[in-house]
Design a protein around this ligand. Structure first.
Ligand code: PBG
Length: 323
């Protein structure tokens, strides 16, 4: 008895496969994370992220123009300062590396690409934590919120269309929304890192931003074992006014991404983080994986799981493949 139901019929030609393909990945859905280093006179390669650099002001402007030209939807900026202090004051300083870079990029590309900023203290503090330390040396929640609000206002005034609170402090979205509104920035949006896990996959990023952290972030980032908590975090961020919610990392958290996408009534982002990039690049360098096929498969999987937009270090390269 031969089968009458034959799924292979719909795989018979490229045109047939194209006709029934459910998930698309297009350049405008991708966001390129970039690093800019204070005082750098030439772009500095990041050894654990082959192909990714710490930009100079100039090379960043060129990279932003290139991303916009490739049709990439957004660019997320991270600053690498030279001096750091206990309160991360360089993140608020309009002349700090990140705010300067935001002005540069906005001047270069205007509204052609959505400009985003990492709204977090870890790049700017000498202890490397995402918030202020209290007298006992713990990361204090509410004192940090005040600084996040000031940082977000500085970033928007420098040119960010969206601020991206990534420190996992409770109430950070509400505090930032209130600070932006008080400063009259009603149209600036918040891309909330809602479900952000304490992940080993951030390893290469720490090198990229020259992180000073010696401990861990287990008291504020989520436990990788917990999925339900991601829904609670997301619901809180939505209630506080998040314009976009994000799950991070991406590939090891596709189940979380799917369930967040089911409850969110705003766009959902996923961050394919540094370690996800490095892992594939390391295998590609050994000839073990095909870069193009692998990268496009990862992006398709992340979209299929429910992400509307994807932050990926391959954004420009992928945009080229997706033309
Ligand atoms: C915090 C922040 C981190 C990343 C993005 N924002 C690091 C961390 O939480 O330790 C990681 C991104 C990546 O690994 O690509 N400012």
């Amino acid at each position: 008895m031969y089968p009458t139901s034959r799924p292979r019929r719909l795989r018979s030609t490229a045109a047939m496969r194209g006709l029934v393909r459910e998930t698309t990945v297009v350049a405008r859905q991708l966001v390129l994370p970039v690093f800019v280093k204070k005082g750098a006179t030439e772009a500095v390669p990041i050894p654990s992220m082959p192909g990714v650099v710490q930009h100079t002001r100039d090379s960043l402007r060129k990279a932003a123009a290139e991303a916009a030209g490739a049709g990439v939807g957004g660019i997320m900026l991270f600053g690498v300062p030279v001096t750091r202090d206990a309160t991360g004051s360089g993140g608020i300083d309009p002349e700090g590396v990140l705010n300067t870079a935001l002005r540069d990029v906005r001047a270069e590309v205007g509204d052609d690409i959505v400009i985003m900023a990492d709204t977090c203290l870890d790049e700017f503090t000498d202890h490397g934590h995402c918030g202020l330390l209290d007298a006992a040396g713990r990361v204090g929640n509410d004192a940090t919120l005040t600084v996040y609000g000031q940082m977000a206002v500085a970033q928007v005034e420098a040119g960010a269309h969206l601020v991206g609170p990534s420190g996992m402090m409770d109430g950070q979205v509400g505090a930032i929304r209130a600070a932006l509104d008080a400063a009259g920035h009603h149209d600036a949006g918040i891309l909330a890192y809602s479900a952000k896990y304490a992940s080993a996959f951030y390893g290469p990023f720490r090198e990229a931003v020259e992180s000073q952290l010696s401990g861990d972030r287990l008291t504020y980032q989520q436990d990788p074992a917990n999925a339900r908590e991601a829904l609670r975090e997301t619901a809180l961020d939505l209630a506080e006014g998040a314009d976009i919610v994000m799950v991070k990392p991406a590939m090891s958290y596709l189940d979380v991404l799917r369930s967040v996408a089911e409850i969110a009534d705003v766009p959902v982002a996923a961050y394919q983080v540094s370690g996800e990039y490095s892992m594939v690049e390391a295998a590609v360098a050994r000839g073990w994986l095909d870069r193009r096929r692998t990268v496009l498969e990862t992006l398709t999987s992340i979209r299929r799981a429910g992400a509307d937009l994807v932050l990926t270090y391959w954004a420009v390269q992928a945009a080229g493949w997706l033309r």
